[in-house]
Ligand binder design. Structure first.
Ligand SMILES: *Cc1c(COP(=O)(O)O)cnc(C)c1O
Length: 357
C-alpha cells in the first residue's frame, strides 16, 4: 500500500522557528529575534489572549455560536451578507475551500512566480494543475494587469497576492478589475489580502458589489498576531454563498480561534500600533540597510544581499532569523519581517555587518 503519486507535490517551506534555531546553534532562545515568517512582533492582542483563556472552559463544545457571531461581525464590517464570509483554518484553509468549490480534476490554475507556495499546493491537492505568471525582477516586480494577462490561458483560478509575498508590491483595484474583465466567465480571481491591513489602499472587497468572479482572502495571522490559532476568511460573491456548506470541513475554525478573532477585531489599538510600527520599520530598512530594497506594502521588506543562503546563515549565527528567498526562486534575496523598533534596528545593524567587506 502506498499513497497516490505525490511526486508533483511540493513541501511547504516555513520560516524557521526560534526554538529550532536556538537548539541547533546552542543559543538562548531569548537572545534570538525571528523576522522570518511575517508574524506580529507584539504578539496577539491582549484582548484576544484573554478571550482564549476564557474560551478554554468551553472547549468541549463545537463552535457553533462563536462561528456564527464572528461571521456576522465580519459581514457587518465589510458590508456583505453573512453567507459571503467563509471562515477557515487559517487563510490556507480558505484557499482549500476555494479550490474545492471550483476545480474539477485536470483544471488548471495560474499562480505568481515568485509567490506564495500554498496556491499551487492547494490546487494539486484538489487534482488541479498549476501554471505560473512571472513577477519580474527586471521590472521591479511590478504587478499590472499585463503581468497576469500575458500568461493567462483560460485557467479556472487566477491568484493575485496584494500586497504580494515576498516582494511587498501590490495591484491597483483598476488592474484587478481589468484582470477579472479580461479573463473568461469561468475564471475565479482570488485576491489574497493576507497583508491588506498594512497597505494604504482600498480592499478588493468593494469589487464584489457588482461581480461574481472575485473572491478575497484575509487572515488573522498577520496584523492580529494570531498565526498560532489558525483563523482566516474568504469573502465570496453572493452567488457563491451556498457552496460553503458543501465544501467546508466541519468546524475548521475552532471555538478558541473564533473567540480570539471576535476580541481581536475590537482591539483597534493593537492593530494600529502594529501597522504604524511596520510603516516605521519599512522606512527604517529602506534608509539604513546597506542593500537594495523594494518599496513594500506589507509587514516585511525584500532586500538583495548577494548569496542569500550564506547571508541568512551568518545572520542566524548572530541571533537574527530572516527568510532566505531561495525557495521563492530568489536566491539573491532575503525577506525581513518588520519587528519592533529595537528588533528592526538590531536586524539592520547585524545585516550591515554581515554585508560589509
Ligand atoms: C500568511 C499568508 C497567508 C495566510 O496564512 P494563514 O496563516 O494560513 O492565514 C496567505 N497568503 C499569503 C501570501 C501569506 O503570506
Amino acid at each position: 500500500m502506498e499513497p497516490r503519486d505525490l511526486s508533483s507535490h511540493t513541501v511547504y517551506q516555513a520560516g524557521r522557528g526560534i526554538e529550532e534555531v536556538a537548539r541547533e546553534l546552542g543559543l538562548n532562545p531569548d537572545d534570538l529575534v525571528k523576522l522570518a515568517s511575517n508574524e506580529n512582533p507584539f504578539g496577539p492582542s491582549p484582548a484576544a489572549v484573554e478571550a482564549i483563556e476564557d474560551a478554554a472552559g468551553s472547549a468541549n463544545s463545537y463552535p457553533k455560536a462563536s462561528h456564527a457571531d464572528l461571521t456576522e461581525k465580519l459581514a457587518d464590517e465589510w458590508g456583505v451578507e453573512s453567507a459571503q464570509v467563509w471562515l477557515g483554518n487559517g487563510g490556507d484553509g480558505v484557499l482549500d475551500y476555494l479550490a474545492r468549490a471550483t476545480l474539477e480534476p485536470g483544471d488548471t490554475v495560474l499562480v505568481p512566480e515568485p509567490g506564495f507556495a500554498y496556491y499551487g499546493m492547494s490546487a494539486r491537492f484538489h487534482h488541479g494543475e498549476v501554471e505560473q505568471y512571472r513577477v519580474s525582477k527586471m521590472e521591479d516586480f511590478a504587478l499590472t494587469a499585463e503581468t497576469v494577462l500575458d500568461d493567462y490561458d483560460g485557467e479556472r483560478i487566477v491568484y493575485l497576492t496584494s500586497p504580494h509575498n515576498p516582494t511587498g508590491k501590490r495591484f491597483d483595484l483598476d488592474a484587478i478589475k481589468e484582470i477579472a474583465d479580461e479573463t473568461g466567465d469561468h475564471t475565479l480571481v482570488v485576491v489574497d489580502e493576507a497583508y491588506g491591513e498594512f497597505a494604504d489602499a482600498p480592499s478588493a472587497v468593494e469589487l464584489l458589489e457588482d461581480r461574481d468572479d472575485i473572491a478575497v482572502l484575509r487572515t488573522f495571522s498577520k496584523v492580529y498576531g494570531l498565526a498560532g490559532v489558525r483563523l482566516g476568511y474568504g469573502i465570496v460573491p453572493e452567488e457563491w454563498a451556498d457552496a460553503y456548506a458543501r465544501v467546508n470541513t466541519p468546524f475548521a475554525a475552532s471555538e478558541i480561534a473564533c473567540r480570539a478573532g471576535l476580541s481581536a477585531l475590537d482591539d483597534d489599538d493593537h492593530a494600529e500600533k502594529t501597522v504604524e510600527t511596520a510603516e516605521w520599520a519599512r522606512e527604517y530598512m529602506y534608509e539604513h540597510l546597506d542593500a537594495p530594497t523594494w518599496e513594500s506594502h506589507g509587514n516585511f521588506v525584500l532586500a538583495e544581499v548577494g548569496d542569500a543562503e550564506t547571508v541568512a546563515d551568518e545572520l542566524q549565527r548572530r541571533g537574527v532569523i530572516v527568510r532566505d528567498c531561495s525557495s521563492f526562486g530568489l536566491p539573491e534575496c532575503v525577506r525581513i519581517t518588520c519587528g519592533t523598533k529595537d528588533e528592526t534596528r538590531r536586524a539592520v545593524s547585524e545585516l550591515n555587518e554581515v554585508l560589509s567587506p
